[in-house]
Ligand binder design. Structure first.
Ligand code: ADP
Ligand code: MG
Length: 691
């Protein structure tokens, strides 16, 4: 964030007293570089040291400030050596225990001294006790208490609370010297806080503040900051969109009968939801502004076919199509589908990934440049400079959340002198509340219907101890001609280790199941090897495919109806849902077995139950959001997109409605605050605007 004209707040934290190289390094590790970064490091909770609680009214679990006179001070040796005080006020007596103490403590804390302590009360056998409280010896009773709630900061190694508070005080005085401009005065009036006063408030809330509101994140000061932050995110995406849509795109008409005859050639009928999406796309393409459309559809809802029809429209208008997918396996599979569907119509489909090298690569690039290829399907290799199109008209991006906004826009730029149309497909259903933030730059079509005849997937949770039973069951299933996946996961994001685990599992399964034909696939194999294995699985030669999570997205083998997932507790819910979506695609009833290991935390258990009990991707995504936050759900954590400083979900869900009212108004009536807002809240804000 950047307070614009206010350069003071952008000074390095080094200018603060008490920030030497060591502290600077500690702060840097958690992303705090400037004073303004520090100001946005908000307390996680607060302590109330503003009033003294009479001993008689202490309740078990209370965090309380108490004051009294020491009546007794003893070192006792029962079991464990401890130092025990009895503290008395007008209303009662409390026991204070120290298990670790030094001789100066026991020398100073003597009978008759007046003590003020803060700690969490335990009621043991009906009487109140405090263990290791913070304390201070008072020279006279009744010294004033704190006038503000005490902030507790999320900490990091080497940084105590006293240090945080000290630095914050200094930072707040910088903020006081040069308060940032109020960019959203209406909201400030409505909530009674502007950004600066909200920061002052949250770092040192006055005595009268309701703690509960602060804890729930719904205090007006918190709402003020979160709302501005969310508005800034929304505006930055709108800006991307507006800039993009100001460009010319080729007009693509639906005036050939090829689409109709293609649809007639399919062995099935489109679902209503597919038809609706295709209609949306057709009308977007007919205009001369670039299409920016997102197709959201649960796993298996038939998005690829919608993409193929869109591609066909572009190609019948003599334009080329680029299809971008996140993994090589998916590229491979799209290439197979698109070729099966479109080759009979005389359409030429090519493939490009990092592994296509040498003369093959040269030939493909030549063909693309010379209009000999109609569709190129590839990974991010498509971004490379050497990839030049004769006449690119449409870019299709599958599983969009793995690519950044910039990446997908970079590809549409290869369509000079026009801007290419863009179709984005995602199988990660995104909670409605988040779409407007994550995809404010896109129009949205939802495929909310699965093709008819899909089988429900029955999911069970089984403890690792019963592994052999599962293996027997897999064997039985394979003998009846069913095919199965066995997915190995690892917590480390290491493809190498994950591949090793899968290889070990495959060989131990092969030992136990000599009659089952077992294949192994993982990210470490060469593309040709992966291709071979996938095609033997597709043809039914391989019965059981042991894999890493590389098969997570897109893989489509309808005959596979059984999936075993090891250590499912290590994966996100959306990822599990994706994986499981590989089965239940054919006509056989499908089963998914999640093999977990005890002990499981309550949250993990809860997550697995969500997956067991539901196959509704949208419901699962809502739950995932509750449990993990938006950066994880959208897979944008690494890219820094959708990482908020203040806003939290689902705490601030209710604010999103306001964002959708306010952001368009700002767009129309106050265009001059857009740039400073984006600059204030979004790290590379200016860059977004430029795309
Ligand atoms: P996803 O939305 O997960 O990408 P796919 O496009 O892979 O789903 O489609 C899943 C399977 O359903 C594919 O085998 C596809 O050919 C098939 N399919 C697509 N549309 C229909 C339909 N309308 N009726 C029956 N099967 C369909
Ligand atoms: Mg797909």
């Amino acid at each position: 964030m950047n307070f614009n004209q206010d350069r003071l707040l952008q000074s390095s934290v080094e200018v603060l007293t008490g920030v030497g190289p060591k502290v600077k390094e500690n702060l840097f590790k958690i992303g705090i570089i400037s004073i303004e970064d520090l100001l946005f490091h908000l307390p996680v909770r607060y302590q109330d040291k503003t009033r003294i609680t009479p001993i008689i009214s202490l309740q078990h679990g209370d965090e309380a400030l108490i004051e009294g006179t020491i009546k007794l001070a003893n070192i006792v040796y029962r079991g464990r050596r401890s130092f025990i005080l009895k503290l008395e006020d007008k209303t009662g007596i409390i026991t204070i225990r120290f298990f670790n103490f030094n001789s100066s403590q026991s020398r100073n804390l003597t009978k008759g001294k007046i003590l003020r302590c803060f700690g969490q009360v335990k009621v043991v056998g009906g009487s109140p006790e405090l263990y290791h409280p913070e304390y201070r010896i008072l020279s006279v009773p009744g010294e004033p208490t704190e006038s503000r709630l005490t902030p507790i900061y999320p900490s990091t190694e080497g940084m105590g609370q006293t240090k945080w508070r000290n630095l914050m005080q200094q930072a707040l005085s910088f903020l006081g010297k040069q308060p940032p401009k109020d960019l959203l005065e209406d909201i400030s009036r409505e909530l009674n806080f502007d950004v600066a006063s909200a920061l002052h408030f949250l770092h040192a809330p006055p005595v009268t503040t309701p703690l509960k509101e602060l804890i729930e994140g719904i205090h007006p000061a918190q709402k003020r900051l979160a709302l501005e932050e969310l508005i800034a995110h929304n505006l930055s995406l709108r800006k991307v969109r507006d800039n993009f849509q100001a460009l010319q795109a080729p007009t693509i008409k639906n005036d050939s009968d090829k689409v109709v005859s293609f649809l007639q050639s399919l062995p099935f009928k489109l679902t209503e939801a597919q038809k609706k999406s295709i209609d949306d796309i057709t009308s977007d393409l007919a205009g001369n502004r670039p299409m920016l459309r997102l197709i959201q559809g649960d796993v298996g809802s038939g998005k690829t076919l919608v993409a193929a029809v869109s591609a066909l429209l572009a190609i019948t208008n003599k334009f080329q199509v680029a299809v971008m997918a996140p993994t090589e396996i998916l590229v491979e599979q799209h290439a197979r589908n698109f070729s099966n569907w479109l080759n009979p119509l005389g359409i030429k489909v090519g493939q490009l990934s990092g592994e296509v090298k040498g003369i093959d690569r040269k030939n493909i690039l030549e063909a693309l440049k010379n209009s000999q290829l109609d569709i190129i399907i590839g990974t991010h290799a498509l971004f490379q400079k050497s990839v030049i199109f004769a006449k690119l008209g449409l870019v299709i991006v599958d599983e969009q959340h793995r690519f950044g906004v910039h990446q997908r826009l970079a590809l549409t730029k290869k369509a000079s002198p026009y801007q290419a149309h863009q179709l984005v497909m995602t199988a990660t259903p995104i909670p409605r509340t988040l779409t407007m933030l994550a995809y404010a730059d896109l129009d949205c079509s939802v495929i909310d219907e699965l093709p008819p005849g899909r089988q429900q997937i029955h999911t069970v949770l089984i403890e690792n101890g019963r592994r052999n039973k599962i293996i027997t069951r897999v064997e039985a299933a394979c003998k009846t001609g069913r095919q199965a996946y066995w997915v190995c996961t690892l917590i480390e994001e290491s493809e190498v280790l994950e591949a090793e685990a899968a290889a070990q599992t495959a060989s131990s399964l092969q030992l136990k199941l000599p009659e089952v034909n077992i294949g192994l696939i993982h990210g470490q194999l060469r593309q040709t090897e992966k291709k071979e294995i996938m095609s033997s699985f597709v043809s039914g030669e391989i019965d059981l495919l042991v894999s890493t999570t590389v098969i997570e997205v897109g893989v489509d083998v309808p005959n596979a109806s059984l999936m075993i997932i090891e250590n499912p507790e290590r994966l996100g819910l959306a990822q599990l849902h994706q994986l499981r979506g590989r089965i239940g695609r054919g006509n056989t009833k499908s089963h998914c077995v999640l093999i977990y290991k005890e002990p499981l935390s309550t949250i993990s258990k809860h997550r697995l139950e969500v997956i067991r009990d539901s196959t509704d991707g949208f419901y699962i995504a809502e739950k995932d959001l509750e449990l993990r936050g938006p950066g994880e759900v959208l897979g944008t954590k690494q890219t820094g997109l959708m990482m908020f400083k203040i806003a939290q979900f689902p705490k601030h869900d209710s604010l999103l409605e306001r964002v959708s009212e306010i952001a368009p108004q700002i767009n129309m009536k106050m265009p001059n605050v857009i740039a400073p807002l984006i600059e204030r809240w979004i790290p590379s804000g200016e860059e977004f605007g430029k795309v």
